[in-house]
Design a protein around this ligand. Structure first.
Ligand code: NAD
Ligand code: ZN
Length: 357
């Protein structure tokens, strides 16, 4: 038995208003006059947050188009344009939801690693440390701020660049940045965290490390989505810490059925991660009975619509594409169903599940 020795984020600052410390946090990490690049979720274009970004010298703000989830060619193009414009940069600071944070991590890695980011989709393929990278979440739930992956859609797969070089050097957890997130988006991304917890806690990879973080994250999700009747500042604080703890939980375990199935949807149909997980979770009573019951309660209590019928009218080839993508995620299935998962989750069984969505 060998135990995973995993790399964590180097520095964490937490607190409402901690974004104001960004200038002093970045200062010692500047390399001569090489600029800091602020990759900012396009939602913030023209918003007051942009005025608070501590620009120095040749620093540049690049707005990230996150209409679609990050693609390898988007990462490659961003890294190529920065290399062309600046040669080298001091660092990449990602400010936004999971998509922007993943883009920031991937662009940082592609500033130093040759080829295309698609070459590194998998486990431990990245060979070189990227440039200094900072993650600043403005939506809570994905755990992308703590994870060792950056999920990308490439020409042949939707898979992360999982490596010890992937985690951020610094994260800034300022719950104030999430306060204007739309209700539906907040729910979908929040449910990503809830689902991470259920998949981790119900998985075969579970150990006390994952369990400790997973239980805490679940508890915080329940405070926000089950117990309270109105959203308040405390909810933003709780959900931000839930996301962090949920990410720590899966760091030492894995996600499960909802994620494995939702990756197929997202690859074929472009369904976004949070809502895709919700669409799948709605039909997973067989695997996570208590979690699905509570999930449905939260959907109802928070007045959220979960789309149905999104696979109606798909061809055999479409179903096969989704099934191939999903079944290629072996660690997720093994965590969910155990070593003999292939005898349990057959192509026919998975097809029937996709047909229900
Ligand atoms: P997102 O980053 O895709 O953003 C969703 C929408 O919310 C966008 O339109 C964005 O502009 C907007 N938005 C972001 N912050 C906002 C704010 N404060 N106010 C208003 N609008 C705001 O959503 P997400 O759910 O945070 O991230 C999903 C992505 O994260 C997917 O690409 C998924 O693959 C990835 N992910 C990564 C990991 C990881 O470990 N690396 C884990 C889970 C998910
Ligand atoms: Zn997720």
């Amino acid at each position: 038995m060998s135990f995973r020795n995993f790399k964590m984020v180097d520095y964490v600052v937490y607190g409402r208003g901690s974004f104001n410390q960004l200038d002093e946090i970045l200062a010692p990490n500047r390399k001569g006059d090489a600029p800091m690049i602020f990759l900012v979720d396009h939602f913030f274009e023209g918003k007051p947050l942009v005025q608070r970004i501590p620009l120095n010298g040749k620093d540049k703000i690049v707005f990230a188009d996150v209409t679609h989830e990050p693609k390898t060619k988007q990462v490659d193009a961003l890294a190529a344009s920065l290399r062309e414009e600046f040669g080298t940069v001091s660092g990449i600071v990602g400010i936004g939801g999971g998509s922007t944070m993943d883009l920031a991590k991937a662009v940082s890695l592609m500033m130093t690693n040759p080829g295309s980011s698609a070459d590194y989709q998998g486990w431990d393929l990245v060979q070189q440390a990227g440039v200094y990278k900072v993650g600043i979440p403005t939506l809570s739930g994905t755990g992308a701020e703590v994870s060792r992956t950056t999920v990308l859609t490439g020409p042949v797969r939707k898979l992360g660049m999982n490596s010890d070089f992937t985690p951020f050097n610094q994260i800034v957890l300022d719950p104030d940045l999430a306060k204007d997130a739309p209700v539906n988006q907040r729910f979908y991304t929040g449910m990503d965290c809830y689902i991470h917890c259920i998949e981790s806690l119900e998985g075969t990879y579970l150990n006390e490390f994952s369990k400790s973080y997973g239980e805490k994250a679940l508890d915080l999700c329940r405070k926000v989505f089950v117990e309270k009747n109105t959203w308040d500042d405390e909810s933003d604080e709780q959900l931000m810490m839930a996301s962090f703890a949920g990410g720590m939980s899966i760091a030492y375990s894995q996600v499960g059925v909802a994620h494995a199935v939702s990756y197929g949807l997202s690859y074929l149909l472009g369904t976004k991660h949070g809502i895709g997980n919700c669409i799948v979770m709605n039909h997973l009573e067989e695997y996570y009975p208590a979690g699905v019951e509570e999930f449905k309660f939260m959907v109802q209590k928070n007045n959220i619509e979960i789309p149905v019928g999104i696979c109606a009218g798909l061809s055999d080839q479409d179903f096969n594409t989704m099934i191939d993508i999903s079944l290629s995620l072996k660690p997720l299935w093994e965590n969910a169903l155990g070593k003999n998962w292939e005898t349990i989750m057959t192509r026919q069984k998975l097809r029937a599940l996709y047909e229900k969505l």
